[in-house]
Write a protein that binds this ligand. Structure first.
Ligand code: ANZ
Ligand code: ZN
Length: 857
């Protein structure tokens, strides 16, 4: 028998055995209830970082627990494998994207296997593989059929040097392309969209069906959807047939409108401009078109705008008001036009002040307030309506509906609900993504690729220069195809899909990953779905989760799924942070001083300047030099210690500070468990005493065992407080080490319980110890142990005795003693009798299970 804990040997041995035995395969025994545990799948960047390790360890513990609790568990893994880094690698290093990606996947799979994760590799998928993206394309065609995919002109970031479109994240804070350094322009190109706005209301309402999601995430989603209720009102244009429609949340302020503002992109801008202002208006539009939305709407920057010279009429007052153009009005929101009410909107107030426009009060805090003075700031609260004709004197909240009703009757307006959510722009002018499966025919227009022709394969031999249009557009023999409908020479769509599409349905494919006939067999998918527990980073709180919810609802409406929401419970794990130092006098990347450059941690100094540094924990990253590579820890302490540390150091949703001393603490704990179990021989188990009546020592130990089972289980289930669950295991190991009944069967029960409870956390050492205890079957196939309620009850309790509220003694008494008996025990105690001698007892207070207090006269 191995006498020393040797993690490397044990881990290698069991990882091999489990693979051979197929222990991690999804159990298909359909009599068992299902459990689907899912980690957000990784981008195959080439190496695992500590954040991955944390993410997958969390779902692994859950998966292992659930298997032991009698569930059939799906715990799959795959690769979010399309995307830009592969193209950059191709440009920078001349490696084809596919080669780079598949090599990274192979490397990361090895790393994952070393972590002892119970992943069913039979369900592995990669989004860049034709047998996956065939179905991504198929799903796109279903959206197209349902009228949920369409093309329209949209602004893109255009790099004029490289002659290519760049993604938002490739444009720096100054609006320059990361590659060429050129100032990025906004250009209108025909783009593909998915109509997520059709589902805005359901996506919002169904957040109520997700009690297992963090409130914070639901709030972020709700804000992103951004439902707003208000009114659509029409302002006729002087001298023209057309009207300007505005969207407002404050119809109650319509009598205070001093001007109307159009977004620079609004189709009416040029038409409303008077001749003498035309050139200026044109120039302004040109100027704004180069700004990003962020620049245009930033709070702190002055609002820029110019008058068009045109005039509109306020339909409520008949008053003529000027029509302006301003950069802060966004074309994509509402109607792309707003009514300006400076007295009651902070932004309009600022704009009116800057541009010298009239400010008219129409709401006051109380009826007595002065309604004709010029305000110092916008009054944005509800109040009493003034200066508003027949609506004067109404509460502004009531005036809202009254004014909308009036507008409806006069047919120049109506109530309207507006969402901030916009349709999802999914086309990317890139190579490494799923080609959008349509063909553009001069006769038939846009023709879907017939389903039997899928997948539209990505050609492999492509040149990457990093310049010019998408490499696909340059491949003549790929682009030119006959139209599937009429046979005329036609052209393939050369845009590929946003990689967020790939990840919007991968959790469905996992349930039937190898299906070559269908996207998935609905019976299987409906059986496994929804995911019972999803775990991933908060950075995906909005887009990935919203898109996945959207896809689920669309596929449900296409008859493929029978549930509304894909992820029943969501856990957003905290960041893994490493120690680093900060020089507050430096800026940019240079301000981070990696800890290995700091010679004296008690007096941390900048090695270059000698300045005093701040010591802090920050998310591990290359730029801060504070990362700890998983391999480093694993080769020093083993995987089980790394897992234990990660689970013990912080609750899963909180940030975790990497601390080598605590890693060592967990290593010592596993060594302690190792000794406890290996010192216990099956021999000593046989010499068990036969008495049915348990000794006090045995009762105490049994109680400790069952408390550990109860507490650890509860911690692991509800809120996944693995840190306190590990503490319970530590307590149990202490109780076993201190036990004075090591020959008893209760001790044997304790040893076995400890190993079983440890199994989900530290799968290798627990398996080894389990076998050493003489078992043939895997510890991971054991049933999770249930606690015995009766074992939890203590025989005796400690009773505190007070005199006049002051503690004078404590006493061991039977736990089931009632109030009268407790008082009797207390009175009989020697010490108390000394205190009570010759005194009059005015009152006796008995708190059952706790104390007896004698109040003396
Ligand atoms: C007049 C008004 C008076 C407004 C007032 C507010 C206060 P939410 O809640 O976000 O929906 N708005 C409408 N469309 C806009 C666009 N395309 N670009 C910029 N601003 C736009 O906000 C709706 C309000 O934002 C609308 O209500 C409109 O200003 C402005 F005392 O109309 B309001
Ligand atoms: Zn055709």
């Amino acid at each position: 028998m191995e006498s020393r804990y040797n993690p490397a040997a044990i881990e290698e041995k069991w990882q091999k055995t489990w693979t051979e035995q197929g222990l991690d395969k999804t159990i298909t025994d359909s009599n068992k209830p299902k459990y689907y545990a899912l980690s957000m799948f990784p981008y195959p960047s080439g190496s695992l970082h500590m954040g991955h390790v944390r993410n997958y360890t969390i779902t692994d513990v859950i998966a292992r627990l659930k298997r032991m609790q009698g569930y059939r568990v799906l715990h799959p893994m795959g690769w979010d494998a399309f995307g830009l880094p592969a193209e950059n690698a191709a440009i920078d290093r001349g490696i084809p994207p596919a080669k780079w990606t598949y090599e990274n996947m192979a490397q990361m799979q090895q790393q994952l296997k070393r972590l002892g994760l119970s992943i069913d590799w039979d369900c592995e998928l990669a989004t860049c593989s034709p047998d996956y993206y065939k179905w991504t394309q198929w799903i796109f065609l279903q959206f197209l059929k349902a009228g949920l995919a369409y093309q329209k002109e949209a602004a893109v970031n255009w790099d004029p040097i490289d002659q290519t479109v760049v993604a938002n994240e490739q444009v720096d804070g100054e609006g320059r392309s990361w590659r060429s350094g050129a100032k990025v322009e906004r250009k209108l190109l025909r783009q593909w969209f998915l109509k997520i706005t059709d589902y805005a209301e359901e996506l919002l309402n169904d957040l109520n069906k997700l009690p297992g999601w963090p409130e914070r995430v639901k709030l972020m989603q709700a804000n992103w959807i951004g439902k707003s209720t208000g009114a659509y009102l029409e302002f006729p244009i002087v001298g023209m047939e057309e009207k300007i429609g505005v969207y407002t949340t404050r119809p109650d302020t319509v009598f205070g409108v001093s001007y109307v503002v159009l977004a620079p992109e609004h189709p009416l801008t040029k038409r409303v401009a008077t001749q003498e202002r035309e050139a200026e208006v044109e120039a302004f539009i040109q100027e704004v078109s180069n700004q990003s939305e962020l620049e245009r709407t930033a709070e702190d920057k002055p609002k820029r705008g110019i008058p068009t010279g045109g005039k509109a009429i306020n339909p409520f007052t008949g008053e003529e008001i000027p029509i302006w153009i301003a950069d802060y009005v966004l074309y994509e929101y509402g109607t792309g036009a707003v009514m300006g009410v400076p007295a009651h909107d902070a932004r309009d107030f600022k704009f009116a002040k800057e541009q010298n426009l009239p400010i008219k009060v129409v709401i006051v805090p109380q009826a007595e307030a002065d309604k004709d003075s010029t305000p110092q700031a916008a009054y944005t609260e509800p109040g009493i309506v003034v200066n508003s004709g027949q609506f004067d004197g109404m509460a502004s909240t009531d005036a809202k509906s009254a004014i909308v009703e009036y507008a409806e009757k006069q047919s120049f307006g109506k109530a309207r609900v507006q969402y901030r959510l916009r349709d999802w722009l999914i086309s990317r002018q890139r190579y490494w993504g799923a080609p959008i499966p349509v063909i553009h025919c001069p006769n038939c227009g846009t023709v879907p690729v017939p389903e039997e022709d899928l997948p539209v394969q990505l050609p492999e031999n492509v040149e990457f220069s990093g310049r010019g249009p998408s490499p696909l557009a340059k491949l003549e023999n790929w682009v030119n195809v006959p139209c599937p409908t009429c046979g005329t020479p036609a052209k393939r769509e050369t845009d590929t899909m946003d990689t967020f599409i790939d990840s919007s349905w991968y959790f469905l494919r996992f349930t039937d990953a190898k299906n070559e006939q269908q996207v998935f067999d609905s019976a299987k998918t409906n059986d496994w779905m929804p995911v019972d527990q999803y775990v991933g980073g908060i950075e995906h709180a909005i887009l990935h989760l919203l898109y996945s919810r959207f896809f689920t609802k669309v596929l449900r409406d296409r008859g493929l799924l029978n549930f509304d929401e894909p992820f029943q419970r969501l856990l957003t794990q905290g960041m893994v942070q490493g120690l680093t130092y900060l020089n507050p006098n430096k800026s940019g990347k240079d301000k981070w001083i990696p800890s290995y450059l700091v010679s004296n941690p008690n007096d941390p100094r900048d090695p270059q300047t000698g300045e005093l540094l701040q010591r802090l924990y920050a998310t591990m990253s290359k730029s801060k030099g504070n990362g700890v590579a998983p391999e480093e820890v694993i080769s020093k302490y083993g995987v089980d210690t790394a897992r234990m540390f990660i689970l013990f150091k912080a609750p899963p949703e909180k940030d975790l500070e990497w601390d080598e001393a605590d890693v060592e603490g967990q290593f010592r704990f596993l060594n302690r468990v190792w000794r406890l179990v290996t010192d216990f021989t099956p021999q000593s188990r046989k010499v068990s005493n036969r008495q049915t009546q348990l000794s006090k020592a045995e009762k105490d130990l049994r109680r400790a065992i069952h408390i550990a089972i109860k507490e650890a289980t509860e911690d692991m289930e509800g809120e996944y407080q693995f840190n306190t669950a590990v503490s319970e295991l530590m307590k149990l190991s202490n109780a076993l080490a201190d036990a004075s009944c090591k020959e008893s069967p209760i001790y044997a029960e304790g040893i076995e319980t400890l190993v079983v409870l440890l199994a989900p956390f530290a799968p290798h050492i627990s398996e080894e110890l389990w076998q050493q205890l003489g078992h043939n079957e895997s510890v991971h196939k054991q049933a999770w142990i249930k606690y015995d309620e009766s074992a939890l009850v203590a025989d005796e309790i400690t009773l505190v005795i007070q005199v006049n509220g002051k503690k004078r003694a404590d006493l061991q008494v039977p736990a089931q003693a009632d109030k009268a008996e407790l008082e009797k025990y207390a009175r009989e105690s020697e010490i108390v009798q000394r205190f009570l001698e010759g005194k009059e007892i005015k009152k006796v207070i008995v708190v059952p299970g706790k104390l007896v207090n004698f109040v003396l006269g």
